[in-house]
Ligand binder design. Structure first.
Ligand code: GRG
Length: 349
């Protein structure tokens, strides 16, 4: 079995719940990844930030960080919200973290993005074919892990629904990139919201709902957690867009302006284009002419795109809080879920 190094802390300012849940989930995640074919397992460990390309252990985890672990934390909190111990949510946490890792590996291939979490993307480190296989293996491992848990058969049905949404959201994201910035065929903010809810919100909602299901929650609680996660995911995606335009690449681990270069339709730019005034008109002209991305980002900010995106994210966080308040949640889970929501919309990476 693959040796599992201790879980590194996430980031300064991150709520302690992320570290707590990561420590709880890490042994089971390591055990699952240890069951993969050795070559594929190495790519999976690289994708998770546990090793260098070639398989050497990461001496200082900070140099090769894994993700924030948001989805696994939601699954653990879902179980706790049902009044069960967090460990009951661990199979769900492992499954959603594997699906997330798989989706990032394939997303970087589809988008041609060369870096992820400050390192070469898996396809750049190992080649595209091997990276496709590693993603497939992570996906299969996720389903196998969940199916093997008590109550897992029904949970796999919940996961499948979220996967269908994830696919639809990703398809829309790719198709939107082929549509124009302006004119009757342009992407409207409402279309974006649906895409973001599916692409990012579905897995966050599913994580919390699966944890709740494995913790024995009634369907109304699982549904409320799913709704909260979907709103949280939409807010999270909007903030991801903001970071892609104005974040520090040294902190985000991704090159700045990649979305603009790929003609991705991000919320801040769509909101800026919809605003009245000269900055929006200049932005429209620049984007239609495939102009300088740095100038486009500056114009999008001048046209109010960053402020509009932060407002939109806050609105979804309020909706998430309303969904959480609609059902009784056990113990400290409600407070920790709200702390997580606040951190996710106020993050730098
Ligand atoms: C479900 C069969 C099937 C296919 C999936 C590739 C794909 C199709 C979907 C891609 C979905 C995707 C990559 C959405 C982006 C979500 C997002 C904002 C990721 C960043 O999440 P963070 O910030 O990442 O939590 P870390 O690095 O912290 O883990």
């Amino acid at each position: 079995m693959t040796a599992v190094s201790p879980a590194p802390p996430v980031a300064t300012g991150a709520p302690a719940v992320l570290d707590r849940c990561r420590a709880l989930v890490r042994p089971a995640l390591g055990e699952a990844v240890g069951r993969l074919h050795p070559w594929v397992g190495e790519m999976a460990r690289y994708a998770l930030g546990w090793c260098e390309a070639g398989g050497a252990s990461v001496a200082a985890p900070v140099a090769a960080p894994g993700g924030k672990g948001v989805r696994q934390a939601l699954a653990v909190l879902g179980a706790e919200a049902a009044g069960a111990p967090g460990r009951d949510g661990v199979p769900a946490a492992v499954a959603v973290e594997l699906v997330h890792t798989f989706s990032l590996v394939h997303d970087d291939i589809m988008d041609g993005d060369a870096t992820r979490r400050g390192r070469p993307a898996v396809w750049r480190a190992y080649g595209t074919g091997p990276a496709v296989l590693a993603g497939d293996a992570l996906f299969a491992l996720a389903v196998e892990t969940l199916a093997g848990a008590p109550g897992g058969a029904a949970a796999v049905g919940t996961l499948s629904t979220a996967l269908g949404d994830l696919l639809r959201g990703q398809a829309d994201d790719l198709v939107f990139a082929t549509r124009p910035w302006t004119g009757p065929e342009r992407v409207r903010p409402g279309e974006y919201r649906l895409m973001a809810e599916r692409k990012t919100g579905a897995l966050l909602g599913c994580a919390a709902a699966l944890g709740a299901r494995l913790g024995g929650a009634p369907p109304a609680t699982a549904d409320a957690l799913d709704r909260a996660g979907r709103h949280l995911g939409t807010a999270f995606q909007v903030i991801d867009d903001v970071l892609g335009l104005w974040g520090d690449p040294a902190v985000t681990g991704k090159p700045v302006h990649a979305d603009l270069r790929e003609r991705k339709k991000t919320y801040p730019v769509l909101a800026a284009l919809d605003s009245p005034g000269p900055a929006a008109r200049r932005l429209a002209g620049l984007l239609d002419a495939d102009g300088d991305p740095a100038e486009a980002a500056a114009l999008a900010e001048a046209a109010g795109g960053a402020a509009a995106a932060r407002d939109e994210a806050r609105r979804h966080v309020r909706e998430a809080a309303a969904a959480l308040a609609s059902v009784p949640l056990a113990g400290a889970a409600g407070g920790e879920l709200r702390a997580l929501a606040a951190f996710l919309t106020d993050r730098a990476r």
